[in-house]
Each structure stands twice: as C-alpha cells, then as structure tokens.
Design a protein around this ligand. Structure first.
Ligand SMILES: [Zn+2]
Length: 49
C-alpha cells in the first residue's frame, strides 16, 4: 500500500537533470529510458536487497 507519494524515488536524467519518472518498488528492476530533453539514454538498475 502506498501511503505517501512523496516517499517515491525520483529518477533524473544524469546529463540534464530532467525528472524522467518516479517509482516505488520492492525487488529489483532494470530500465533504460531516453531523455525527452537531451536524448541521453539513461539506465536505472536497482538490485533487490
Ligand atoms: Zn536529459
């Protein structure tokens, strides 16, 4: 259950710092996303603990 959206992590473009999306997860995830501003391919990897 998500209690508070402010607890969500933010993923920003490493080049221009544009906020690409917010996320909240348990477990692991690997994402590649193309920044809509500067066209950098940003990679997010979260390993489950
Ligand atoms: Zn960017």
């Amino acid at each position: 259950m998500i209690k508070d959206f402010s607890e969500m992590d933010q993923f920003r473009c490493p080049k221009c710092n544009k906020l690409l999306f917010k996320y909240k997860l348990r477990g692991s995830i690997q994402i590649q996303i193309k920044c809509t501003r500067c066209s950098t391919i940003a990679t997010l990897i979260v390993d489950s603990k």
